[in-house]
Every structure is written in C-alpha cells, then in structure tokens.
Design a protein around this ligand. Structure first.
Ligand code: AOF
Ligand code: ZN
Length: 364
C-alpha cells in the first residue's frame, strides 16, 4: 500500500515515518523474543514505497522485508528503521549490507542497538559506504517498544514487571473473578507481550491458567509458585500443550498431587521459593520478559515481592484500578500490600484508560 503525506521538506516528516515503523514492529508483539521488535519503511519522493517488520527470531529482519517490498524503488530512497541496522552474521545476514546493495541514499534510525555485537557498528558501516545517517528520531518511543530487550542486553537479566489490580478503596483484587477477568481484552493482550508469567499455585487449583485469548497469540510460560502449602497442588484439566508451557516451583514442605505430576509438568523443588532462582531459570531458557502477577494467594507471592524489592530485580509496575468498592475490609492482603507499597519507589507514572479500568504504569 502507498501512504502519502505532503512529501515536501527533507527530514520534516521523520517523526511520522518513524511512528509508522513502530506501528509495523508491533505487529509482531510477543513473537520476536529474544530478538527485538523492529519496523522499517522505505520512502521515496514523499511516499512510502516499502514496509516491513521482523516477525520472529530466525526469520529475516525488518529491513529485508521492506527492501523486498520496495524493489527497485529503494534506489536513492530513504530507509527508516526503529532500531539500528545490524552489522553481523547472526541467524540472518547483516542488514547494513542489504541497505548498501539496494543503494538507499539515507538511513534514519530510531535508536542505536544495545546489542554489544552491533552497538554503533551498523551506523559506522553505513556512513563509510557514503550513506547519510540520522540517529535518534522518536528515540523514546523506540526504546519503550523494546524495553525488555534493552534491559536484557544491558544487564544480562530478564525484565520484570509487577502487576496487580486494586479497588477504588485500595484493596488488592487478587481472587477468582475479581479484577482482570472483567477486563479480559486488556489482560489477554498484556499476557502475549511477556515470555513468562509468575502466579500463585492457588489460582491453578481453581483451573485458572492465565492464557492469552488473542488468536495466534504468544502464550507465556506459566511459572506456578507454591510456598508452604498445607494441601498438595492439583492441576487437572490441562492438555499436553498447556502442560509444556508450565513449570512449578515448590519448597520442600509442598507436595504435588500425583495426577498433576503425571501430566509432564516440570517441577523444581527449592529450599525456599526465591525470585532469583526463578529468574535464573528463565534466563537459561532465554526468556527475557517476566510478569509477576499478584493474583491468587498473596502469602505465596509476598516472599518473591520482597526478594524483588531487596535485590532490585523489578523494573516496572503496572497497577490497574477498577471501579469497585470492596465492602469486606478484613482482608489480610490489604495490610500486606501496604507494607510492600511503602517500599516501592515508582517514577514516571503514566495513566491509561482501558475498557473498564484505569491502568497506571511506572518504573522502579
Ligand atoms: C535489525 N533488524 O529487524 C532486527 C535486528 O540472529 P539474528 O540474525 O536475527 O540477529 C539478532 C540480532 O539482530 C538481535 O540481537 C539484534 O541485535 C538485531 N535485531 N536488527 O537490523 C531487525 N530484529
Ligand atoms: Zn538486521
């Protein structure tokens, strides 16, 4: 498709085309890990003549699809890419070479690639080939798009988001049928963005396996944590495929019911449940983004939360406020959550209106 804009001054529409790149990149939400999401457009005489995005690790990069789409029109055109073009042989050949071969005259880049094997060598390579290069257009937007990828590249650790739902009077909505289930659309979309989700085993007892309902969506690995449970963990209605996307972390005091054990769900027994061990496991499996979801038993998750705060392993907080007033104010989680909130320092809180709720996102 050809998208027209006024096509006049050089550089004037850089923001417009870069935002289009980000929009294209988002078509692969949840599908590219451990790779970043990247979008690319090729612009000639004020018209988009080629578009592409990176669909999945192992498949060609955004630039390759966009150049293919543009064909001969790429010659003397400007390429916009949300991430610096790669300059190495990974699963795929370097995009710098593809751009040079296509004879583009200019490349506009959203952000430099934090991957140490790329880190500005893509920019240098293009400049040496005589291509005009601009870096840092809509940089904040491009960084936000790949916050988990960037964090993982810079620190070697997974990006962890803490999520919970609250009533207007400050109660944690962590029980079955509360909070997120009323706003399935938002939650289902959120799940597909993460490589793994950590939940309490009490949810699983109620057959509540968090899965994304979006068609063809990425299903995160479901990390079930069980600490000092008096009854064994039971997982009954789960198929083979769902079982392969589950793992149980327990402590020595907790048992797993034989029916559950037979389903082929991986089980790891720790001396005590601790967030670092779970994150290490996720890292070994190449999982870059983790959602710590405060649903089910708060007691089971409080230890993990404390680990995250003490060890600085939480990066983001996402709080959903629902138009609900909880009458029963004897819940123990009210006090427990206050204790946790007191120790969280959240910056840059941004509100967003969802279907029936307000979602606040901030960084730690
Ligand atoms: C780009 N465009 O669309 C993407 C890039 O194994 P490979 O060949 O897929 O290389 C993966 C690395 O390439 C990844 O870690 C990141 O540095 C970069 N990703 N680069 O020019 C793209 N997805
Ligand atoms: Zn590339």
């Amino acid at each position: 498709g050809v998208l027209a804009n006024d096509g006049s001054d050089e550089g004037k529409d850089d923001g417009f085309y870069m935002r289009r790149c980000v929009e294209l990149a988002k078509k692969a939400i949840g599908c590219t890990s451990p790779n970043p999401m990247v979008g690319c457009v090729i612009v000639k005489d004020g018209k988009i003549v080629g578009e592409g995005f990176h669909p999945k690790a192992g498949q060609p990069h955004a630039e390759v699809f966009a150049l293919r789409d543009a064909g001969d029109l790429a010659e003397k055109a400007t390429a916009y890419v949300s991430l610096e073009p790669c300059n190495h042989y990974g699963r795929t050949p370097p995009c710098t070479e593809a751009l040079i071969k296509a004879k583009v005259k200019k490349v506009v880049i959203g952000m430099v690639d934090p991957n140490p094997i790329v880190a500005s060598t893509g920019v240098d390579k293009l400049r040496h080939a005589g291509i005009d290069v601009v870096v840092g257009v809509e940089e904040e937007l491009c960084k936000r798009l790949n916050e988990a990828y960037i964090h993982q590249m810079l620190t070697g650790k997974p990006f962890v988001t803490l999520r919970y739902s609250l009533s207007v009077n400050g109660h944690l909505l962590n029980q079955l049928g509360e909070g997120v289930t009323e706003c399935g659309g938002y939650y289902s979309k959120l799940l597909q963005e993460y490589d793994a989700i950590i939940v309490s085993s009490s949810l699983i007892d109620k057959f509540l396996v968090p899965t994304s309902q979006e068609p063809g969506a990425n299903q995160p690995l479901c990390v079930i944590t069980a600490a000092s449970r008096s009854s064994p963990i039971q997982i009954r209605s789960v198929g083979e495929e769902a079982a392969s996307k589950m793992i149980i972390f327990t402590d020595k005091e907790t048992t797993v019911e034989p029916v559950t054990a037979q389903k082929g769900i991986e089980t790891v027994v720790l001396d005590g449940i601790c967030l670092n061990e779970i994150l290490e496991y996720c890292k070994r499996r190449g999982l870059c983004s983790i959602l710590l979801d405060l649903r089910g038993s708060f007691d089971e998750l409080e230890g993990l939360l404390n680990d995250g705060i003490e060890q600085n392993t939480l990066q983001k907080v996402m709080v959903e406020v629902l138009p609900l007033w909880v009458e029963n104010s004897t819940r123990s989680s009210f006090v427990a959550l206050k204790r946790v909130q007191k120790r969280l320092k959240v910056n840059n809180l941004q509100p967003r209106i969802s279907h029936q709720s307000i979602i606040l996102e901030g960084y730690l």
